[in-house]
Design a protein around this ligand. Structure first.
Ligand code: ZN
Length: 216
C-alpha cells in the first residue's frame, strides 16, 4: 500500500512532465507508485470509469525482475503496469502516464525516441511522471534522462543512503564489472554510495564492511 508521505505533489496544468531521478535505492519507484496510486484514487471519484482508465503505468518490457506486469518498490509497494518496448498508441487516452526505469527505454529495448514520445504526450495534454537513473555505475549520464531533464516542468533528484556509511548517496556503484551497462540487479550487484565511498568496479576496496555488517 502506497503511503501519502511518499507522494510528490502532482504538477498542475494541461500537460507537463515531472522527472524523478537519483541512484539505485533512492526510492524512485516508491515515489512513482505513490504518485500513481494517489492519482488513481483522486480521479476514481470523478471519472465514470472509476479511474481505471485515468492512469497508465508503463515499464520496460525486458525488466521482469518482479513480474512482467507490475512495478514494485523495495519498501513493498506495487502497482499494475503495462510492459512496453514502444510508445503505446492509446497513451493519450489517459490523463496521467507514469513511467518507471525510463533510462532503459533505449535501443535495443525500445523502438523510437522516448524523449520525443513523452514530449508528444505532454503536448497532447498528458501529465507524465517519469522515474529513472540519471547516471550509471561509472557516473556516466543516461542520455534520455538528461534530455528529459531539459523538458521537465519539475525535476526531483532523490538521494539514497550510502551502503557503507549511511550518508546521503548520489551514486550507484557496481561491485564487480560484468561488461554490461544496461544490466538489471539489486544488492548483489549494486550499491548506493556517497562521494567518499563511490568507486569504479575495478577499484572497489575488498572487505569494506556494509552498514548491515556493522549493525549485525
Ligand atoms: Zn559513504
Amino acid at each position: 500500500m502506497a503511503t501519502a508521505s511518499r507522494t510528490i505533489s502532482p504538477v498542475r496544468g494541461a500537460g507537463d512532465l515531472l522527472l524523478l531521478t537519483g541512484p539505485m535505492f533512492a526510492g524512485k519507484s516508491a515515489a512513482l507508485i505513490a504518485h500513481a496510486a494517489t492519482e488513481q484514487q483522486r480521479r476514481a471519484g470523478r471519472d465514470r470509469d472509476g479511474g481505471d482508465h485515468a492512469v497508465l503505468v508503463l515499464k520496460p518490457a525486458f525488466d521482469i525482475r518482479d513480474g512482467a506486469d507490475v512495478v514494485s518498490s523495495r519498501d513493498g509497494t506495487r502497482i499494475a503496469a503495462r510492459p512496453v518496448s514502444e510508445w503505446p498508441v492509446d497513451a493519450t487516452e489517459y490523463g496521467v502516464v507514469v513511467i518507471d526505469e525510463v533510462q532503459f527505454m533505449v535501443a535495443p529495448h525500445y523502438r523510437g525516441d522516448i524523449v520525443a514520445d513523452i514530449r508528444s504526450a505532454v503536448a497532447a495534454g498528458c501529465q507524465v511522471v517519469a522515474a529513472g537513473l540519471d547516471t550509471d555505475y561509472m557516473r556516466r549520464p543516461f542520455e534520455p534522462v538528461v534530455r528529459l531533464a531539459a523538458h521537465a516542468s519539475r525535476h526531483v533528484r532523490l538521494s539514497a543512503c550510502c551502503h557503507r556509511c549511511a550518508a546521503p548517496a548520489a551514486w550507484t556503484a557496481k561491485l564487480h564489472e560484468t561488461g554490461c551497462r544496461l544490466e538489471l540487479g539489486s544488492g548483489n550487484l549494486y550499491e548506493a554510495r556517497c562521494d567518499q565511498h563511490w568507486a569504479a568496479p575495478d577499484q572497489m576496496a575488498p572487505g569494506l564492511p556494509t552498514i548491515a555488517d556493522v549493525a549485525s
